[in-house]
Write a protein of this length. Structure first.
Length: 163
């Protein structure tokens, strides 16, 4: 599949929310618990500094996305944060890697200097391998920093990358 990444548009709301909700419902990677619909999804995606969508170049279907926004304010406003989602069944095809690379370039273009991930779940091995390959630095471990859907707590590993 040929994937193109572009800026989110209002017409992407339902498909983008569906991809996002797959990760939220799995309860193993995102801290969010509330699901999005077309309306709340559109408001959420438009409220970010940038939302990128990965689309199947042939069909136009949304196959992944990322959100990018400041991690803090004021004197720390140059540090950004991002989250990534790839449609279930399409993971392992390097869509996530393309999203992260696009996000890094977009963040730099928006004037951010550091991309920080606050809560990479320790069992998310594909993400950990990808971030290591892309040169992200692990900041340590926060024991029990993430509550899985089943109520079990597990460690999170913050990361950063200089842009």
């Amino acid at each position: 599949m040929q994937v193109e990444i572009r800026q989110y548009r209002r017409g992407d709301a339902r498909q983008a929310a569906d991809v996002w909700n797959e990760v939220v419902e799995a309860g193993a990677a995102f801290p969010q618990e509330e699901l999005l619909d077309g309306e709340t999804g559109d408001a959420f995606f438009q409220s970010q500094s940038f939302t990128g969508v990965a689309c199947d170049a042939e069909t136009g279907a949304v196959v992944g996305l990322y959100i990018l926004h400041p991690n803090n304010v004021g004197r720390c406003g140059h540090i950004c944060n991002a989250s990534y989602a790839v449609r279930d069944g399409l993971r392992g095809q390097h869509i996530g890697e393309a999203l992260v690379r696009h996000c890094m370039a977009t963040a730099k273009g928006l004037g951010f200097r550091v991309l920080q991930f606050n809560a990479v779940v320790a069992t998310n091995q594909p993400a950990l391998r990808l971030y290591a390959r892309l040169g992200f630095v692990q900041l340590g471990v926060i024991p029990g920093g993430f509550r899985n859907r089943d109520g079990v707590y597990e460690d999170i590993i913050p990361h950063y990358h200089l842009l």
